[in-house]
Ligand binder design. Structure first.
Ligand code: ADP
Ligand code: MG
Length: 244
């Protein structure tokens, strides 16, 4: 079953001197149910722009996005996003940050409370409900980012460099926790699209790799046919990392 399909997306931005910069120049891709797809590419290659277009947050200049067969005309309710910078509200507690998306959707108070507690427990934040973001480590802050995305029970989860602001060990722990939840089917989520410039991370988590590059197209696609758990020291893993 296809969750998302994009055809021939084009997007240009105006530069500081008014010149047009073609960021996406004919991007087509699909996201299938049950897969983790990693979108790789160097900084400035348009990965975040592509993610925002796929989530319906930004319209493309040309091309079309279909979500479960229907044309996307605005923010897709079935997509949850996690950002590199966490994007938490510093004046709200952990609980309130996670609750926001449900309030915006008009979910009644009692149900909000139950679902926030579920998301918080799922991602390992129990006991931190009334803490403020500034009192938390980077890893715990990003767990709040995950809880906030998961609380709306997203059909598809988009990660925009969700691990890259974290130190190596914290990133590894959070990646493994996410992968465990995914493999156990503990999340309501049916597909994950993750942007990263870390090839190791992409090969560790993803079933399929897409490389976005100049001139704004998908330059390469590779299936990762290694079963989980993947051993980064193993030969097959290392060969894949070198090939991408
Ligand atoms: P990546 O996530 O791969 O680093 P981005 O999608 O953030 O790349 O950005 C791609 C290019 O588009 C960059 O050159 C960036 O400066 C430009 N860009 C992104 N968003 C905007 C915007 N809202 N206005 C103008 N330029 C933008
Ligand atoms: Mg980006």
């Amino acid at each position: 079953m296809r969750i998302l399909e994009a055809k021939n997306l084009r997007k240009a931005f105006r530069g500081p001197r008014g010149q047009s910069h073609q960021v996406l120049d004919g991007v087509s891709l699909a996201l299938e149910e049950g897969e983790i797809v990693a979108l790789l590419g160097r900084s400035g290659s348009g990965k975040s722009t592509l993610l925002r277009i796929l989530a319906g947050l930004v319209p493309p200049d040309e091309g079309e996005v279909r979500y479960r067969g229907l044309p996307v005309r605005g923010p897709v309710p079935g997509v949850g996003m996690v950002f590199q910078s966490f994007a938490l509200f510093p004046w709200l507690t952990v609980f309130e940050n996670v609750e926001l998306g449900l309030e915006a959707r008009g979910v009644p108070k009692e149900e909000r409370r139950r679902r926030v507690q579920e998301a918080i427990a799922l991602i390992g934040l129990e006991g931190f409900e009334s803490a403020y973001p500034k009192e938390l480590s980077g890893g715990m802050r990003q767990r709040v980012g995950f809880a906030r995305a998961l609380v709306v029970e997203p059909d598809a989860l988009f990660l925009d460099e969700a691990f890259s602001a974290l130190d190596v060990l914290t990133a590894e722990t959070l990646r493994n926790d996410l992968l465990d939840l995914w493999l156990e089917g503990a999340m309501p989520t049916r597909a994950i699209l993750m942007v990263t410039h870390n090839i190791q991370e992409a090969v560790y988590l993803a079933d399929r790799l897409l490389v976005l590059g100049s001139p704004g197209r998908i330059l390469a696609e590779r299936r990762v046919d290694l079963p989980h758990p993947r051993d980064p020291e193993g030969e097959a893993f290392r060969v894949l990392v070198e090939e991408v």
